[in-house]
Ligand binder design. Structure first.
Ligand SMILES: Nc1ncnc2c1ncn2[C@@H]1O[C@H](COP(=O)(O)OP(=O)(O)OP(=O)(O)O)[C@@H](O)[C@H]1O
Ligand SMILES: Cc1ncsc1CCO
Ligand SMILES: [Mg+2]
Length: 269
């Protein structure tokens, strides 16, 4: 299936996305998923996360404001998602900023089979053991996304999506460079976090496509919607509203007219 068309299956399926995410972005994530045509649910209590994951079509784990109870809940939910065979997206927010975050990220990757890791250049560099400066949740990337992604897929053994001006998505066999987007996305908190949930919705709606292709479709749809929203925005505040509208209104035709992706087959070196 052509990448710009892949939004249609999300809207038809209306997948239920179980989000265990940070407290900064809960509301934005729920509204963004509704606008996309998916259904959000947030459930963090360790007593119920396994049951909620059983109902879901995909699971999003985001360690932005983690607590020890939440980590336990993430692992419970992740194990159920693995048993059930639904996709799991892992967003290692702020990894590298504190030792606790590093320990938790490593534990999640050890105990849960994640379908894809989504992070900015600094976070994915840290996770993969490359040097990078992460002070809070923002990164000052020192290496280009493509090199980080190729190193990370090797080090982690799972597909990765490294976001930035150009997004890089690879599973080690193929690599996509996706160059749509708007710099206003970097002025609103949680646009990376919401993207993780949007990737989860695309994976849930395309079980027969390669994870990297569905993730590329997600980031491209998302970033074309951001380009559309920029035309109606005066700054970060009005952009946030216009972006939710654009997630609801952007069609596969608009994506086709604006898509900017390069696809590479990686040689077996
Ligand atoms: N300079 C840029 N120009 C255009 N689009 C960008 C730029 N930087 C990031 N983006 C887009 O913004 C979105 C969020 O990516 P980003 O790398 O900023 O995530 P993040 O740092 O994890 O965000 P957050 O922590 O606030 O959730 C992605 O869709 C990405 O493609
Ligand atoms: C600002 C912030 N702090 C922890 S999580 C988060 C949301 C964006 O990653
Ligand atoms: Mg982030």
């Amino acid at each position: 299936m052509k990448i710009p068309m892949m939004i249609d299956a999300v809207r038809n399926k209306n997948p239920l996305i179980h989000n265990i995410t940070n407290q900064v972005v809960v509301n934005f994530t729920a509204n963004g998923l509704y606008a996309l045509g998916a259904s959000p649910v947030m459930a963090n209590a360790v007593e119920e996360t396994a049951d909620m994951a059983r109902n879901a079509d995909a699971l999003l784990l985001n360690i932005g404001t983690l607590t020890s109870d939440q980590v336990e809940a993430m692992i419970e939910a992740g194990k159920v998602a693995n048993e059930k065979g639904i996709p799991v997206v892992f967003d290692p927010v702020g990894v590298g900023a504190t030792p606790y975050r590093n320990q938790v990220a490593a534990k999640i990757l050890e105990e849960v089979n994640v379908s894809i890791v989504r992070g900015n250049a600094g976070e994915v560099s840290q996770l993969a053991g490359l040097e990078a400066e992460v002070r809070g949740v923002d990164a000052s990337g020192i290496t280009e996304g493509k090199a980080i992604a190729r190193h990370a897929v090797e080090a982690l053994g799972v597909p990765v999506l490294v976001t930035g001006k150009t997004d890089v998505i690879t599973d080690g066999k193929q690599l996509f460079e996706a160059s749509n987007g708007s710099s206003l996305l970097t002025k609103v908190t949680g646009t990376g976090c919401l993207l993780g949930s949007v990737v989860a919705a695309f994976l849930a709606s395309h079980p027969d496509e390669a994870v990297v292709k569905a993730a590329t479709a997600a980031v491209t749809f998302y970033n074309v919607a951001a380009e559309q929203a920029t035309e109606h925005a005066n700054g970060p505040g009005s952009f946030q509203m216009a972006f939710l509208d654009a997630l609801a209104e952007t069609t596969n035709r608009t994506v086709s007219a604006n898509v900017n992706i390069k696809h590479h087959i990686l040689s077996e070196e």
